[in-house]
Ligand binder design. Structure first.
Ligand SMILES: Cc1cc2nc3c(=O)[nH]c(=O)nc-3n(C[C@H](O)[C@H](O)[C@H](O)COP(=O)(O)O)c2cc1C
Length: 330
């Protein structure tokens, strides 16, 4: 399966996830079967003005490629300059955010605000594809207001300007992160498209991804929230697509990934920030485990790397003995 010049090994992609999708998480998702990972959205102006926080977000791990680096902005020349800089940062592809509904992004004319300004989409996609030899991808929602649907127009602009793939999230910006997902709009785009279509929105488990691909005919499926605390979902989707039985990770596998995630986060961001960042990830990893609420609370009080690993070891033991009790009782 190809996106522009990139040959991808599979059809399942990790969505951009601001606040979660950093390099440690992306490496784990790649290892567990994501064919390509997207970075959190990065400000084109931050890149242009060499903002240090922005550059921190651009630190890519050798183990995560191929990686599509997502940029946001509303100024074609800044977006083009960012695209140029991303080649040097080691990106494999560049994605343009046209779906973010956050007011602080929308009020700058970026993210989903672009869905209301098709001439600007034309200018930005033309400028970015001109500035970079890397494949350029675009991620949209179907429109801004509840009844809007501008996918057909945007697909035509993308094709005209040499965009390599279009991700469609079948909901509108005003729906935010909830609301129903329109699969028909993705299916209709796929029917017309000459570039790969990436279907996004609402995959909760492996079987959903298979149905989503079957219904829309999309080339790829992109998974966001369901990957939080659950990088195994990519392996599971691959297995389901190949007609293989679905395999749940064992307790040992779960805890080994949690510990590696903590270690990677601390190595990248330092002890204080790394440990703090892991609280939100661990809250997701703990879903479905015994006494999750107690351990979420305990983790939130931990400040040191060593303490956090000790607590995970203790929780691991508790989960193993809880599992043995369940087996004995059945
Ligand atoms: C916490 C969070 C952060 C997100 N950050 C971004 C982002 O930086 N760029 C983007 O295009 N979409 C972002 N999204 C939207 C997701 O990429 C995706 O389109 C959306 O969650 C729907 O897919 P899902 O149902 O598989 O989660 C974010 C979503 C969440 C929940």
């Amino acid at each position: 399966m190809r996106i522009g010049t990139l040959e991808l090994d599979g059809r399942v992609l990790l969505a951009p996830l601001a606040g979660y999708g950093d390099a440690p998480f992306r490496v784990l998702c790649r290892r567990h079967g994501a064919a390509m990972v997207y970075t959190e959205m990065v400000s084109s102006l931050g890149i242009k003005f060499s903002n240090s926080k922005t550059f921190e977000m651009l630190s890519l791990d050798p183990a995560e490629h191929p990686v599509d680096v997502q940029i946001f902005g509303a100024r074609p020349e800044a977006m083009a300059a960012a695209a140029d800089a991303l080649v040097r940062a080691g990106a494999d592809a560049i994605d343009i955010n046209m779906g973010c509904p956050e007011p602080k992004i929308v009020k700058t004319g970026a993210g989903s605000a672009l869905l209301k300004n098709l001439p600007l989409i034309d200018e930005i996609t033309a400028a970015v594809t001109r500035a970079s030899a890397l494949p350029v991808t675009v991620k949209i929602r179907k429109g801004f207001l509840i009844d809007d649907d501008v996918t057909e127009e945007i697909l035509a602009i993308c094709e005209k300007n040499g965009v390599a793939a279009l991700t469609i999230h079948g909901s509108t910006a005003v729906q935010g992160r909830s609301g129903s997902k329109d699969w028909d709009v993705i299916a209709a785009a796929k029917e017309r498209a000459t570039i790969p279509i990436i279907a996004n929105g609402g995959v909760k488990k492996a079987e959903d991804a298979r149905k989503f691909l079957d219904y829309t005919g999309a080339d790829f499926v992109m998974v966001g929230r369901a990957a939080l605390g659950n990088p195994w979902i990519f392996d599971q989707i691959r297995d389901v697509l190949q007609g293989k039985p679905l395999r749940e990770p064992t307790i040992e596998e779960r805890f080994a990934v949690m510990v590696e995630h903590v270690d990677r986060e601390v190595a990248l961001k330092g002890e204080a920030i790394g440990v703090k960042e892991m609280r939100k990830h661990l809250a997701f990893y703990f879903r479905g485990l015994p006494e999750a609420t107690t351990y979420r609370g305990r983790i939130n009080a931990v400040k040191e790397h060593r303490q956090l690993i000790q607590m995970l070891d203790e929780y691991h033991m508790l989960c193993i003995s809880a599992g043995e009790e369940v087996r004995r009782d059945t």
